[in-house]
Ligand binder design. Structure first.
Ligand code: SF4
Ligand code: SF3
Length: 549
């Protein structure tokens, strides 16, 4: 075994990647990611104390969420960035410890990551490879499972906190919990019950982080509205923007305006078209392609430069690597990274200049897709929706949010959407929608049968909609609503969405295409007994089960 990672759904054999990641992650990169996590935990242990003493510094909050985000599946493939982050983290940790001592405090913890030091690449790599920083250092399978469940929830939370931060919105409570949670993963005094409690608390802060991001996005760009998005192409040179960061898109749209270069969204950037603020750009041409895992083909035929603002990045092929760029928490060895300048601005002129020298995208499909059903738009249709439920025109809603991925077994979701009775409506968010958003499933009295709220982080909208419906129908409990949850997961942002739903009291969520490899049998049992969490089987049996629920 040269590495151990089981954080995503595609983990080898449903258990763990131990030689090389199914995602393409090499063992040296995986181990460096573990080393960064080890350092982030040391920082957090120290900073929990610094916070108590009132000597927390904002740069610590940013360092922690940036670091967590970098370790999310398919976010960053650049070893040098991890080495630099580890070095910067060790320095930061020592500064925090010093600040605590100067404030008269004492840190009580035996955590090795609080004192370990190294600086050259070689020293860091030796530590990374040593196994000392591996997840497997936690020997008890259930404690390991809960520590990792918490850690992955925090990684997802960090992604949402970072997007909000980029728009100038911060929540100190979220930052405090992120660090308290990471510190808790080093505490050998905590047992299963304590960890279950912290994991559920993570869900509460997940809701806060998503609510904050919703506020940031809608304050900056307006409320998403019902929108038809072009999926064909025009005849101009163009830039493709992928990932999830709307601020980066805003900057790119402003810098490309009037240059003759069009901008297309890819994968999880599709929902940007739903925001009023972006509609004013006539060169914001449409959406190109599908979910993240098809990018090795679609980036090839796009012909122009590609800007990756966040995950999911597939290790690029040589055929388009030279026209790929990263920014923010993302990175790929050998791919140009465009960082923020000292004044906080970003300069995408190199990407624009390159676009002008390249051909227009090759068309791979044509037509339009409909979306923009975040909470404000759905609540604007509330009377229509409530009427449809009361008359029985809508029998049930199916939340089919989450992620897409390469496994063939995910065709289940296409088949499920196709076979759903015509009096049901799909509520979706995240890249899972690409399994059925081009199917033309029709509408119910003018209400489309697929209501796309937006990105994975907009899953919050689905919760707002459910809570509103509960109020309108005068129900005591969110589980009395005619809503079933058949969620597809892949990476760690889906973990925080799940924990957020559990915090809101949602029961009987089914997760697929497989249950997480990081859930031990005992932890799974807790989730099944207390929350009714389940997996999926086959479309026909599951459909029957959901319709009878
Ligand atoms: Fe394996 Fe997923 Fe980890 Fe990649 S991120 S190494 S596929 S578990
Ligand atoms: Fe997709 Fe990575 Fe999760 Fe944002 S882009 S939902 S998988």
């Amino acid at each position: 075994m040269s590495m151990f990672c089981y954080q995503c759904q595609e983990t080898a054999g449903g258990k763990a990647c131990t030689m090389r990641g199914v995602c393409g992650k090499t063992s040296d990169l995986a181990n460096l990611q573990d080393l960064l996590m080890y350092v982030l935990k040391g920082i957090s242990v120290a900073n929990v104390k610094a916070r108590e003493l009132g000597v927390n510094r904002p740069e610590t909050d940013k360092f922690v969420f940036d670091g967590l985000f970098m370790t999310i599946t398919n976010a960053n493939w650049d070893k040098a960035r991890f080495l630099n982050a580890v070095r910067a983290g060790l320095k930061l940790r020592d500064e925090i410890v010093e600040a605590v001592v100067n404030a008269g405090g004492k840190i009580q913890s035996n955590y090795e990551g609080l004192t370990w030091n190294g600086s050259s690449d070689a020293e860091l790599e030796v530590k990374a490879e040593s196994g000392d920083v591996s997840i497997l250092q936690t020997k008890d399978e259930d404690i390991r499972s809960l520590r990792e469940l918490l850690t992955y929830g925090l990684k997802g939370m960090a992604a949402y906190a970072e997007h909000a931060y980029n728009l100038g919105f911060n929540d100190n409570g979220v930052f405090e919990f992120m660090q308290r949670g990471l510190a808790a993963t080093t505490d050998d005094k905590l047992g299963v019950n304590e960890y279950v409690a912290i994991v559920l608390e993570c869900g509460k802060y997940g809701v806060d982080a998503m609510a904050l991001l919703d506020k940031a996005n809608t304050t900056a760009y307006g409320n998403p509205e019902m929108t038809k998005v072009n999926i064909g192409v025009r005849n101009n040179p163009a830039i493709l923007v992928s990932g999830h960061d709307l601020k980066d898109l805003e900057i790119l749209l402003a810098q490309t305006e009037g240059t003759g270069v069009d901008v297309y969204t890819h994968s999880e950037m599709l929902p940007a078209h739903y925001y009023p603020a972006f509609k004013k750009y006539s060169h914001f041409a449409g959406n190109y392609g599908n979910a993240w895992w098809l990018q090795d083909k679609e980036f090839e035929s796009f012909n122009g430069p590609i800007l990756m603002t966040t995950n999911c990045i597939v290790p690029p092929k040589d055929s388009y690597k030279s026209r790929m760029f990263t920014t923010g928490a993302t990175g790929v060895e050998g791919v140009k990274h465009i960082d923020k300048k000292a004044d906080g601005s970003k300069d995408f002129s190199e990407i624009i200049a390159l676009a002008k020298t390249l051909p227009a995208p090759t068309e791979i499909e044509s037509g339009e897709i409909l979306g923009g059903f975040a909470h404000a738009q759905v609540l604007a249709l509330a009377d229509q929706v409530v009427e449809a439920v009361k008359t029985g025109a809508i029998k049930k809603f199916f939340v089919m949010a989450g992620c897409d991925g390469r496994m063939k077994s995910r065709n289940y979701y296409t088949e499920f959407a196709e076979k759903l009775p015509k009096d049901t409506v799909i509520l979706t968010a995240g890249c899972a929608k690409y399994k059925y958003n081009k199917l033309n499933l029709g509408d119910i009295n003018g209400i489309p049968r697929v209501l796309d709220a937006g990105q994975c982080n907009d899953s919050y909208s689905l919760a707002v909609i459910a809570l509103k419906l509960k109020e309108v129908f005068g129900l005591e409990n969110i589980n009395e609503l005619p809503i079933a949850y058949n969620i597809a997961w892949y990476e760690q942002k889906a973990v925080i969405v799940l924990l957020a739903l559990l915090h809101l009291g949602v029961k009987n969520i089914h997760l697929g295409p497989t249950l997480p490899g990081f859930l031990s049998p005992n932890v799974t049992k807790v989730l099944v007994e207390n929350f009714g969490i389940g997996g999926i089987t086959n479309v026909d049996d599951d459909m029957k089960m959901f319709m009878e629920m």
